[in-house]
Design a protein around this ligand. Structure first.
Ligand code: GDP
Ligand code: IMO
Ligand code: MG
Length: 420
């Protein structure tokens, strides 16, 4: 019996999950997404190419591995069609290597409209969602009104019409103009396109694969600080991004979970609204954004940048039961004289080391300063080449987080990955 290893983000998303899933894929038989949807943008770079995946797992490029879109995912057939067709155009035989859970919920065009209507009604309190209909789709799932991928196979028209009528009624309460016809046409074409894929009971498939000795990698989307339970609520996404989400999002028992890879940037970013204690509004923040090309993979939105937050990271390590850490984008800090790490929050005059209920309160980060390594690390291929100050940074983080850093990434390319 094999296990499911989980790889997930420990910060506010965009840690580099796609890149590392692609790197690790040769070690696995199956790669499965377990939550989220096209709000994700997972970037892979190899052989001079750059690909951004949104609903399709990041294991489609290395060998002929089977990839699964699990039941915990929400799928937009129109966006899926354009993403899949673009991949097929590059020669990837997707139909043979991508299976989709019949229990995954469908994002309807009206979910996208509702997402936009809710956001505009929130005014300055808006979440800054990706506008992909994620919240409304998960809301319908939990309120038992959702449509699932399996529904497209039987009597779909009437189920769809019923859902749309309900959504239109809700939309009528918002002064929000919309043109459903155009997006609906594309969406229905997407539904037809979906039918060429293996639509399966993925929980059975994954468990029987494990039984046959196939190793499974579960690919998280978003990050722990965006988790609906443990993130910076309400500025979060609508799914459980934490390791427990892999159990419900794939139908595997907790005892089947093996390694939990927690991935983080050597600094920290966030896109959209919501609190971010270590955010930098000065030149340093701008420098990190420029050097790290910190712009959204999907929306192109500027990512907010700041120093690493160990209060939040320790919390994420605890909630996920992280067994191995992966540090990304170390190269972005290559030029810095000094690197700061937040080890506590000062709140109302008190020092707080445990991640608090509400981080939107006035927080002054307490920083430890470390010496920068001032060395170009992007060409390095082994730990022996690491500068002493970089090793000091790693040792400091490992001591704080009490988990080993097993992988270090020094550039966006597949090859710029160093195992420790
Ligand atoms: P994901 O959503 O977690 O898969 O991450 P994104 O793809 O949204 O964002 C990560 C960005 O950083 C992408 O543009 C990657 O190509 C890039 N990236 C990944 N690892 C590294 C690294 O080690 N160094 C640098 N400079 N860029 C990286
Ligand atoms: P990956 O998988 C970064 C953020 C949005 C917004 C909040 C809610 O690429 O790391 P949603 O559309 O989910 O309702 O938006 O969550 N968000 C992400 N931020 N990376 C992501 O995915 C994100 N997916 C959602 O910006 O603040
Ligand atoms: Mg991303």
């Amino acid at each position: 019996m094999e296990k499911v290893d989980v790889l997930l983000g420990l910060q506010w998303g965009d840690e580099g999950k796609g890149k590392v899933v692609d790197v690790l894929t040769p070690n696995y038989g199956l790669v499965c997404r377990f939550q989220g949807g096209p709000n994700a943008g997972h970037t892979l770079e190899f052989d001079g190419k750059k690909v951004v995946l949104r609903s399709i797992p990041s294991g489609v490029f290395q060998g002929n591995k089977i990839n699964v879109i699990g039941n915990g995912v929400v799928l937009d057939p129109a966006l899926f069609k354009s993403e899949a067709e673009a991949l097929e155009a590059t020669g990837v035989d997707l139909v043979s290597r991508l299976y989709i859970s019949k229990k995954a919920h469908l994002i309807l065009p009206t979910h996208r409209l509702l997402d936009a209507a809710y956001e505009s009604a929130k005014g300055s309190g808006k979440i800054g969602t990706t506008g992909k209909g994620i919240g409304p789709t998960y809301t319908d799932k939990v309120s038992r009104n959702g449509l699932r991928v399996g529904d497209i196979l039987h009597d779909f028209e009437s189920k769809y019409a019923q859902a749309v009528a309900r959504h239109k009624e809700i939309l009528s309460h918002y002064s929000f103009p919309y043109d459903l016809e155009k997006i609906e046409k594309e969406w229905l074409e997407g539904v037809e396109y979906l039918k060429r894929f293996n639509l399966i009971d993925s929980e059975h498939f994954i468990n029987s694969s494990l039984k046959k000795g196939c190793k499974v990698l579960a690919e998280g989307a978003q990050g722990t600080m965006l988790d609906v339970d443990f993130g910076s609520y309400p500025f979060v996404t609508s799914s459980n991004t934490v390791s427990a989400g892999a159990c419900t999002g794939l139908g595997v028992a907790p005892r089947m979970i093996g390694e939990v890879y927690g991935i983080f940037k050597a600094y920290c970013t966030r896109v959209g609204s919501g609190p971010f204690p270590t955010e930098l509004f000065d030149e340093t923040g701008k420098t990190i954004r420029d050097l790290g090309h910190e712009y959204g993979a999907v929306t192109g939105r500027e990512r907010r940048c700041g120093w690493i937050d160990l209060v939040a990271l320790k919390y994420a390590v605890m909630i996920n039961g992280v067994t191995k850490l992966i540090m990304m984008k170390s190269d972005v800090l290559d030029q810095f004289e000094t690197i700061k790490a937040c080890t506590a929050y000062k709140m109302g005059g008190k020092i707080v080391e445990e991640f608090p209920f509400d981080i939107s309160e006035d927080i002054e980060p307490v920083y430890t300063e470390l010496k920068g390594w001032k060395t170009d690390m992007t060409h390095m291929t082994s730990v022996e080449e690491f500068p002493a100050e970089f090793n000091d940074y790693i040792a400091f983080l490992e001591k704080q987080l009490e988990v080993p850093i097993a992988i270090v990434s020094v550039g966006p390319d597949r090859k710029q990955t160093i195992l420790r």
